[in-house]
Design a protein around this ligand. Structure first.
Ligand code: HEM
Length: 98
């Protein structure tokens, strides 16, 4: 692998392209800020806890490992199945789209 032509998904190239943990945190913060403020997100916002700080931390940890970086979710919280975890919520097409 050369640094000029990184292949996405190869080792931690996707994590690097996302800007490492700082880039991921920025993305996650913007995502939850939008969820917290857009009227069209009200329904899925209401599925989340009032305080979003845990959600921000957990999604950042998860995406770090998913993008080939440090497996922070596994290290700090444990193993997770994303579909399994979400099964307890009522997520239909409208919630998915929102
Ligand atoms: C399809 C739309 C989705 C909806 C409506 C949804 C909704 C939720 C809700 C309600 C929570 C609980 C938050 C809380 O406890 O306050 C949650 C947690 C979480 N979601 Fe999603 N989610 C969706 C898709 C995804 C996707 C695609 C991913 C991964 C890329 C993801 C990753 C996570 C993670 C890591 C957590 C935290 C798990 C934990 O508490 O340990 N979600 N989500």
């Amino acid at each position: 692998m050369t640094t000029e032509n990184p292949i996405f998904g190869d080792e931690d190239t996707s994590y690097q392209a996302a800007g490492g943990i700082e880039g991921i945190q920025q993305l996650v913060n913007e995502f939850y800020d939008l969820m917290d403020s857009l009227p069209e997100s009200e329904k899925i916002r209401s599925l989340h806890k009032k305080d979003l700080s845990d959600a921000r931390k957990k999604l950042s940890y998860f995406l770090s490992g998913w993008l080939g970086g440090p497996k922070l979710y596994q290290e700090h919280i444990g193993s997770i199945s994303i579909p399994g975890f979400h099964r307890k919520f009522n997520i239909g097409s409208a919630e998915r789209d929102a």
